[in-house]
Design a protein around this ligand. Structure first.
Ligand SMILES: Nc1ncnc2c1ncn2[C@@H]1O[C@H](COP(=O)(O)OP(=O)(O)OP(=O)(O)O)[C@@H](O)[C@H]1O
Length: 265
């Protein structure tokens, strides 16, 4: 096997020597990171160290930010997502995203789920769409809450339910990877635990990467953790990356230890 084949068999995403710039400012310096298939990878570190920037670079969401530029490679099925012939819209379908603030469309619960498949040229019948909507809502642990009110607005749900609706919406276009950018920061503790339980279930079918400010959340709910810090030029760098249990109980880098024991950040 070549090195590339070995990488992509085990890893869903392989980041190599990534630099990200906003205009002339280098926000990310030389990050390499392998994201393992069917696992939850948490990105942690103090505010401004570039966690969201790295996450958004994994599905070309940064293309939508004026002045943002990504150097290096992100391999997905051995294909560099930044190669010239790659369609960024298709990348975002296969690598979906859930944001910090729940952002359902101002549409019915049903249509929130059906929207993505429809704009992707859905050819199935009404009853097949009904099945898809139910399946996604079940996978997002929301079906029992909403099965009797599918025609009601997604905006009428609670914050935690709205976030699960956004997860169900992301699942509807059949992604392989789900990127989550602080998905629980607007939620109460009970809704937060529900999302964490949900992530652990979803990992059987999907690969998940999550940015979190909450170290307890990373420790509880992830398999791997990547710890970032800013260097002297304020560019984010990857300090340590490994199995979550090892990183939290036996960090290799003094800076990781200082951060997880609350000495800074
Ligand atoms: N759209 C943008 N334009 C210019 N600079 C940006 C933009 N987005 C982020 N940055 C800068 O890039 C750096 C990394 O920001 P990023 O949001 O990725 O960090 P973060 O670790 O996710 O922070 P936080 O935890 O506060 O959300 C920061 O210096 C930030 O000011």
């Amino acid at each position: 096997m070549t090195e590339k084949q070995t990488d992509t068999a085990q890893y869903t995403l392989v980041v190599r020597n990534m630099n990200v710039y906003y205009g002339a400012f280098r926000a990310i310096n030389n990050v390499s990171l392998n994201i393992e298939r069917n696992k939850i990878t948490a990105l942690i570190g103090p505010s401004g160290c570039g966690k969201s920037t790295v996450l958004r670079s994994l599905n070309r969401m940064n293309d939508l930010v004026n002045g943002a530029r990504v150097e290096g490679e992100v391999l997905f099925h051995e294909q560099n997502l930044y190669a010239n012939d790659v369609d960024a819209v298709e990348v975002r379908r296969r690598i979906g995203m859930v944001f910090q603030k729940p952002n359902p469309f101002p549409k019915s619960i049903y249509d929130n789920i059906a929207f993505g498949p429809r704009i992707n040229g859905w050819k199935g019948t009404k009853s097949e769409m009904d099945d898809l909507v139910e399946r996604c809502l079940r996978q997002a642990a929301l079906w029992d809450d909403v099965k009797d009110k599918l025609k009601e607005s997604g905006l009428a749900l609670s914050g935690g339910q709205q976030q699960r609706l956004c997860i169900a919406r992301a699942l509807a276009v059949e992604p392989e990877v789900i990127l989550m950018d602080e998905p629980c920061s607007a939620l109460d503790p009970i809704s937060t635990l529900k999302i964490e339980e949900l992530m652990m279930e979803l990992r059987q079918r999907y690969t998940i990467a999550i940015v979190t400010h909450n170290m307890q959340q990373a420790a509880r709910a992830s398999d791997y953790t990547a710890f970032f810090l800013m260097n002297d030029q304020r560019a984010g760098e990857l300090v340590e990356y490994g199995p979550t249990g090892d990183l939290f109980t036996n960090p290799k880098d003094k800076r990781t230890e200082d951060y997880i024991t609350g000495r800074f950040g």
